[in-house]
Design a protein around this ligand. Sequence first.
Ligand code: AKG
Ligand code: FE2
Length: 361
Amino acid sequence: MPVFDDFTSVPVLDYDLLKTGIGSNHSFLYLANPPVPRDTIDNLISYIPRVFALPQEEKDKIAMRNSQCFLGYNRFGSEFTKGSTDLREQFDFASPYISRWEPGKPEYLRLWGDSQWPDDKLIPGFRQTVETYINQVGELSFKFVSLTAEALGLPPNGLDKFYDNIPTVANIQQRCKLVKYPPINEGGSKQGVGPHYDASFLTFLLQASPHEGLQVQNIRGEWIPASPIPGTFVVNIGKGLETATRGVAKATSHRVVSPSDGSGSVPGPRYSVPLFQNISQTVRVCDEILTLPEEVIELARTRGDVAPSDSINFSEYDRDPSGQVNLIGRIKSHPDVAERHYPELFKHYFPNGLPSHGNAY
Ligand SMILES: O=C(O)CCC(=O)C(=O)O
Ligand SMILES: [Fe+2]
């Protein structure tokens, strides 16, 4: 996966070929034939419009503001990226995990813990469906870690130290979001989400409706559409893996342009489900030197300089444990949650008090 390539379209990889050892040279790709039952994905897709259609007061009952884990619901337009409002509404859910935080332990351990769920009577089976999805895609994501290691010229367990040596959903909490981008028809901003990198090693994104809108930035800084392909996940590299490989694997800048209801476009909202694969909270990525084979480093060298992307974020990997990097990212994105649950850090990052919006990137 070392090359941040000069793509003009996003490559498609077949999982069945990948697992036989054919590595990939791409940092943003479609994964076809993933080993996740079709029912798991179809069930989730069928619930998504229903959970967003719950009464506003039911969604607000599980507001992210209630949660020290930054899990729960965010109203439309409550996040900022690069100074502009993101025109989306979202729920953050995570796999079941018993918190390991206790007083005296690092604060970032508080990030992993209980999700908040809508009342099961209002949407029976929803929680079970989302948890099944996170567990199964989470397990796929961990299988992908050894493939990534091999693509980097390492042994299959070459990245395991970033996952407390046992990469499983039981050990490492996995987080996913259900995201709704409503159509924006009037002029003005169409920023579904602004340009950014993801935080961790790998993200597995399900495009849950047939809308265009996701775009990725190539080595020349051009924006390339990543149109939905049914039955695939979009996989991309986050800032954590870029740091761990000293830039040999490059994080990919991406954004979403809002859909519109106009003639020729797919009507209704765009839905997506990114699953952000967490790594160990305690690992300091900058301390873990990976010894990559010379030919892999050479491949990265020959790709030349990468054009400056439109994204900046998560530079703290050069200094802090991964859990702290994530906590800082969450605090910047959701200052209202931070003010309530992390008052000291809130004061540090927002000395002038609550801004009107969060701004992670
Ligand atoms: O909705 C999408 O397709 C992408 C979302 C995304 O990049 C994110 O939330 O980090
Ligand atoms: Fe993203």
